[in-house]
Structures are given as structure tokens and as C-alpha cells.
Design a binder for this molecule. Sequence first.
Ligand SMILES: Cc1cc2nc3c(=O)[nH]c(=O)nc-3n(C[C@H](O)[C@H](O)[C@H](O)COP(=O)(O)OP(=O)(O)OC[C@H]3O[C@@H](n4cnc5c(N)ncnc54)[C@H](O)[C@@H]3O)c2cc1C
Length: 430
Amino acid sequence: MSTYDLLGIGIGPFNLSLAALLDKTKSAKFLFLDDKPEFTWHKELMFKDATMQTSFLKDLVTPVDPTSPYTFLNYLVEKGQFYHFLNTGRKSINRVEFEDYCKWVSKQLGASLKFGCRVQKVVPTSEGYTVYHSQGSHQAKALCVASGPVPNIPECAKPHLGANVFHAKSAQAAKMNLEGKRLVVVGGGQTGVELFRNALKGQWGRPQSVRLLTGRENLRPLDEGPFTNELFTPEFVSEFYQLPQSSKDEFSERLLLASDGNTPEYLQDFYNDLYLERFYFQQMPEAGIYPMRWMTNLVSMESGAYQLKVDNRLQQKEESFSADIVVLATGFRSQIPQFLQDIEPEISKDFMGRPVIGSDYRLQMNSGLSPIYMMNFSRHGHGVADPQTSLMSWRSAVIANKVLGNESYQTSSTESKFVHYHNPIQEPSL
Ligand SMILES: Cc1cc2nc3c(=O)[nH]c(=O)nc-3n(C[C@H](O)[C@H](O)[C@H](O)COP(=O)(O)OP(=O)(O)OC[C@H]3O[C@@H](n4cnc5c(N)ncnc54)[C@H](O)[C@@H]3O)c2cc1C
């Protein structure tokens, strides 16, 4: 059995970006595995009106290698739609376009990507790791794990998970039937709003009513200001990485709307839909947005319906909402994957039990095991850009350089920021 220089686990956009960068150098032996039968991207949440929250120039490769054959612009040219795309005048692309672009890249990477392989176990060896999966096993000197976060399910909803209560990213959500039913969407992030809007449009049949509960103050737009966007630069990640952990946690909390707000144009279009429906077309089911609400309990009724007990945090009283279907748009959480359980005791953790990941994305371990790089596991360590596509090509370049043992990609930026959290000027103190 031959040994790979790098074996990637998971083929979402993050590892696809790394595969694309490694492929261009032709100097490493690598393989990436994924459970899915082919490349798809959050297909349960693929709405026609959903747009990317990131510029199309921040694709899998362009920010570190605009000459790569795997750029979004090359995809447009190869597909014969470059001029038409420019004529749309758009800055953001739809999620369906991003997925199609990633599929196009994945097809070109051919046998370097293996789909239909569920990784079950990773076992350390003297030279690296053996990775066992549903179709066999492979040896590798190093791994890069980008298997994605897992759905976050509120404790009170766990006993009810099934045909009528489910997470937004689930098979049930994609094929739900809302005809004549009362829907409650829990969560007012981008996914919650997209579900709410598409339910009102009748995507899953005509519901009786649609309500959205959110713990936030309102549906809040993403903060896309130019100074905020300096958070999505390699320099900021380096600055943030050096902060004390308690400052990092508090600061990331304050920066929530830089990464977890609603797309401003989407909110505007949606409000416009609501306005036209209410005052002209009047065909919309009963609908309402309920901010400052926190679901505290979920009770199943004899009728098969559910009652949500909700804390109204502004009026400081308990409220009830009835529902036939409850969709939990309650986000995702990071969790060390089950297949790493054999090495879990070796993983260095912070005071909250979170894995410590180095500035080069290498998982820190107590023993001298071979490298395991981790992508999308370190928002707590690397900041708000960690789960985002904004810096994915730069992150992949950092890891690619480590795997290749040289600086094939330039990762230290020559750009200088305007916003300084560390003082760059060493002035003598009085
Ligand atoms: C609906 C949605 C829209 C988003 N839109 C944006 C956006 O516009 N801009 C932005 O910056 N960020 C966005 N994000 C956040 C983030 O960029 C995405 O979640 C992105 O998909 C993360 O990429 P990933 O490669 O880490 O993980 P994923 O895309 O989740 O991919 C992980 C892969 O690992 C595979 N896998 C898991 N376990 C195993 C196993 N045991 N064996 C084999 N394979 C396994 C899975 O099948 C999956 O294909 C969005 C997130 C969601 C949910």
C-alpha cells in the first residue's frame, strides 16, 4: 500500500481548496476522501434565492494564486458565460453558482478525490496514520481534517427529533410538506430567514402560518463595513491568534454580526416581498417575526402538534407558540470527529475543552504524533474568519506550504492594515 504525503478527510470547500492548491504544484502525493457520492454543498439548504456572503473573487484559489486553472473566472470562461456573468453586474453569486463551480473543480481533480468513503477510524503508526473507511484503508504521513461542524440542537428539542421536529440541515427539511400546517422556525440567522421566506413563498406547499423566533434583537444585517472587513485578512488572523484566550472569546462575541448577520440585500428584498404581499397581493399565509424569544421547552400534544414554551426576554414573561412542524435553524457547533477518538487523549485542549490548533492549523498534541491539520475547528483560536470561505484559500496555502516543505504559496501578506489591535509603533512609555 503506497503512503500519501497528505490525506484529507472531508471534501467541502475548505479541503477542496487545499486539494486544488496541492494539485497545481504536482509535487505531493495526496488523496481526499468524502462520505457523499459526489461533491454537493449543503444541498438541504440550497434555495434559489440564496446568495453567497463572500465575494466570488475569494474563491478556492484566487487570493493566493490567481494564475491557477481552478479560479472562478476560469470556470466562467470554460463554461462560456464570462460576458453574460459580467452583464449581470453582480458582486455576489448565488449559492447554486458557487456549488456548481466547486463541482467543476472537483471533476477536474479526478482520482485525487474519492467520494462514497466514510472515514471510520484514524490509527497512528510509526510513519503517520492509517485511515480506515467504508471502502478500505490508506496510509498517510499527514492528515488534514475538514469534516465540517455538526448541527446544534437545543437540549429541549432533542427528545422530539423526528418527522416533525428537525434541524434545518437535515433530510426532513429538504422534503417537508407544509400544506395547511403551522410552521415555527427557531433561529433568525441567514438560514432561518431563508427557510421562513421560502416557506411563505410556498416552496413546501401552502402553510397555514409561519412564525420565526429569534433570540436576537431583530433580523440584523451582516456588518460588511470596510473596516470590519479587515477582520477577514491574514494579518488580522495573526494578530488575533496572539491574544489571550479570554480576550479572544469576548471579542469574537462582540464581532458576531461580522460573520453571522443576515445578508443586507436579502433582508431588503424580503421586506419588499412582505410589503407587496400585505398591501397588494394578500395571498400570503399568516406570518410573524418574534425577536428576543428563547425557546425553553418543547411539549408534544396528544393531537400530534407541539407547544413551544418561549421566554420573551424583553417583556420578561413566558409565551406559548403552537406548531405542527418545528425547524431548528439553530446553527452548528464544532466537535472533534468520532474517527479521531483513538488520538483524542493526546489532543491539547484549552480551559473550555476546545482543541488547541497552531497558527499553521496543526492540531497540538501532547505526544510527538505526525501532523494533523484541522480546518474549521478553531473559531475560538483563529477568530471569526475560521468557519468562513473568506480566507479559505489563504488557510489552504498555509497548510499546503507545510505539506510541501517550501513556500510554494505566498502567505505572509505585504499589505498593511489600517486597523491595529496591536500597536505597530513602539513608542517609549513615560
Ligand atoms: C447554508 C450555508 C451557507 C453558507 N454560506 C457561506 C457564505 O456565503 N460565505 C462564507 O464565508 N461561509 C458560508 N458558510 C459557512 C462555511 O463556509 C460553510 O459551512 C463551509 O461549507 C465549510 O466548509 P468545510 O469544508 O469546512 O465543511 P463542509 O462543507 O461541511 O464539508 C465537510 C465535508 O466532510 C464530509 N465528512 C464529514 N464526516 C466525514 C467522514 N467521517 N468521512 C468522510 N467524509 C466526511 C461531509 O460529507 C462534507 O462533505 C455557510 C454555511 C452554511 C451551512
